[in-house]
Design a protein around this ligand. Structure first.
Ligand code: ZN
Length: 254
């Protein structure tokens, strides 16, 4: 229980960092430089205003200096970060241990994915810098973990064929180029089998969401669904339940 609490707090801190990095990327400011400040009055935030979840609740989602509303997405990102760390522990500790390299890889990737997920959901854009940093991280971890180069190459190749094919078929209209780089990243992490499953999951869940939104009149054919958000969601589920889904797919196919 104490372990869960600690992990939740660590995850919430990372969620908070993701929130500020994503915001800075959007503002085109240097995300690694400078201290966090209120976007409205530019007041630099003090330590007690930077405690994840807690600060937001205590100040009721407002800046302590100017009273400007601070988006609820901060607290959601912090809670998500915390939950992802707890779930990651649950997922990997069952099979390995907390101090393994695999666990570290998992959590680092989760943080990158959370940032991409949120950015695409909010601004319908996949931030290249996050994806490419993720790709480099994935290559380093794969080398350390001794993943076969062949499986990495196949993962990337399948992503290239899929998104390249879509691009050619639709004359470049179906998607942003960000989807392809994200596909490559996911192929590296998941390998080609799980990549195919998450593609399938992403399109099915995305399609169903679009239909649901159209039904309620909040979406039209011209709107663009943030595919990256669905891809990341699907990839996360696949990473956790991939083997189960694979068996299920085999049973259905044969
Ligand atoms: Zn302020």
């Amino acid at each position: 229980m104490v372990m869960f609490l600690i992990l939740f707090c660590v995850g919430a801190v990372f969620g908070s960092v993701v929130g500020s990095i994503v915001y800075r990327l959007r503002q085109n400011s240097k995300w690694w430089r400078g201290r966090s400040h209120c976007p409205e009055c530019k007041e630099v935030l003090t330590a007690r205003e930077l405690v994840p979840i807690f600060s937001w609740l205590v100040n009721r989602g407002k800046c302590r200096h100017c009273g400007q509303k601070i988006g609820a997405h901060y607290i959601w990102l912090e809670i998500s970060g915390g939950l992802l760390f707890v779930l990651g522990y649950y997922y990997l500790v069952a099979s390995g241990d907390l101090y393994s390299l695999e666990y570290l890889y998992f959590q680092v990737t989760t943080i990158f994915w959370l940032g991409i997920f949120y950015y695409d959901l909010r601004w319908q854009l996949i931030p290249d810098i996050l994806v490419w940093t993720g790709v480099i991280t994935a290559i380093i971890f794969s080398a350390l973990l001794g993943t076969s180069i062949l499986s990495l190459v196949i993962g990337v190749a399948v992503a290239l064929i899929w998104f390249g094919g879509l691009y050619i078929l639709t004359g470049g209209r179906s998607q942003g180029s960000g989807d392809m780089t994200l596909g490559i990243y996911l192929g590296l992490v998941l390998g080609w089998k799980l990549l195919l499953i998450s593609l399938w999951l992403a399109y099915v869940s995305g399609g169903m969401t679009a239909l649901g939104l159209m039904w309620s009149g909040r979406f039209s054919w011209r709107d663009r669904l943030p595919l990256g958000t669905f891809l990341i969601g699907a990839a996360t589920v696949t990473w956790w339940y991939g083997d189960y889904l694979l068996t299920l797919a085999m049973t259905i196919l044969y």
